[in-house]
Design a protein around this ligand. Sequence first.
Ligand code: HPA
Length: 273
Amino acid sequence: MGKVADRVAKCLEYVRKRTDFIPRVALILGSGLGDFAEQISISMILDYADIPDFPQSTVAGHKGRFVFGYIKDTPVVIMQGRVHYYEGYSMEDVVLPVRLMHAMGAEILFLTNAAGGIKEGFQCGDLMMITDHISCFVPNPLLGANEDAFGVRFPDMSEIYDKELQDNIRTSSKELGISIREGVYLQLSGPSYETPAEIRMCKALGACAVGMSTAVEAIAANHMQMKVCGISFISNLAAGISEAPLSHEEVKAAADEVAPKFQLLVKSVVANL
Ligand code: HPA
């Protein structure tokens, strides 16, 4: 067994001592959206800290636990708090939770994040369905010996964000009367926010929103043949697009405002799967 597969197996062994829950959907909650987990029908909660050799989330406002439960009839595992590259973890660590949720049984990965809006017309509080991403400014999570148990050495990434799931998000947002934008997400390492010059670069490259997570998780999931979808909420306009200095407090405050419509949409998408 490969090194990472072995690690995942050990984590899974622990999880299985605590629960036999088999999720269909894995949902990762971004900054400020963590409270959503408390609104579903919860079966069981597992702290990351209890899982052997599992990375811990150190970001303020991220709880650091798996919540198992149901959205309508769909069994889900929710990550309340993710692991970021900027916390000093390796990319192997950053995507380990995705690998573990896949090993638990999840076939679909639903990614969410807070992001800075770049595209003209985007406003604070908007939701953006991710249609594609740019991840090449951060290390690829598949670097190193390929572990065939996960997927092939050179995986295709031409359709990371599943078309059917995208349609599902469009349909749900229409039904709910929630307007949703669409666009390309660009991942940078953080933790510093970007300079206006960097944002001009991101814009020239075709990015609509910028953030510090998500794309590498999507790569690892796609490598393992999971179906992936993602929604960014635009917590602020990116540096230089807005005159105001950026702060994590602003991101969290914007999340509080957008949370209700965001939660409605996520619930509806998962319920319609
Ligand atoms: N830049 C990077 N990451 C972010 C931002 C931003 O403006 N807003 C929320 N996450």
